[in-house]
Write a protein that binds this ligand. Structure first.
Ligand code: CA
Length: 225
């Protein structure tokens, strides 16, 4: 699960990120609110601090909600909790008051994520397409040029994760965390093997691109390099 952490306080971010990573999550941190909507690709849950230096967190929340269905948990200092957050107009899925217990935060993150996932099939058709590769998220089925390609569960999850990132790079850590739920000494090797098999099975070796030292992305063959 990938978390976008919008938090201007360095100390809080520095404490929070390793705690979230220990729970199998990956994080991107923004120290400001402006432009947060440009960082939503591949994000599963947004943790949004309300007191930001540049813009009002409530406005950021509204902007995110206008752009995406991603769950948003608003985090605020004591005393900032008022009708603005609790009202439905901000679009937040949940809120937490600082200081909060990390266990509670993790539980809330999982809860909003599950709720959103449960409500998704009605909203989206669950079909991702990259070139002639079609990925049916609900049926866990993949076709290339109309031909069904049988994938293992993990291979499918890697492909679906890369496809939902919309061409953005997925880091190795993130893929391992989301597909396997944990990391271990041989995780990178296992991921490489899955990607190699995926390339062979899809018959589109250029589709899954290696970003050296970072991770993988899906791309069109002509954009490779
Ligand atoms: Ca703050």
């Amino acid at each position: 699960m990938h978390i976008l952490l919008v938090e201007d306080d360095d100390r809080i971010a520095a404490a929070l990120r390793p705690a979230l990573h220990r729970h199998g999550m990956t994080t991107t941190r923004l120290a400001h609110g402006r432009g947060a909507v440009d960082h939503l690709a591949g994000v599963d849950v947004v943790l949004l601090d309300l007191g930001l230096p540049d813009v009002d967190g409530v406005d950021v929340c509204r902007d995110i909600r206008a752009a995406s269905t991603v769950p948003v948990i608003v985090v605020s200092a004591r005393g900032e909790v008022d009708d603005r957050i609790l009202g439905l107009d901000s679009g937040a899925d949940d809120y937490l008051v600082k200081p909060y217990d990390i266990g509670e935060l993790v539980a809330r993150v999982h809860a909003v994520y599950r709720r959103r996932r449960a409500s998704e099939p009605a909203a989206a058709d669950g079909l991702l397409e990259v070139d002639d590769v079609r990925i049916d998220l609900q049926r866990h089925a993949v076709t290339v040029a109309g031909r069904p390609v049988p994938l293992t569960r993990k291979e499918f999850q890697v492909l679906a994760l890369l496809a939902s990132a919309g061409g953005a790079v997925c880091t190795r850590n993130r893929i391992v965390a989301e597909v396997w739920g944990r990391s271990w000494a041989g995780a990178n090797r296992t991921l490489d093997v899955h990607v190699a098999t995926l390339r062979t099975k899809l018959g589109r070796p250029e589709l899954v691109q290696t970003v050296r030292g970072v991770g993988y992305r899906l791309g069109h063959p002509e954009a490779a390099g």
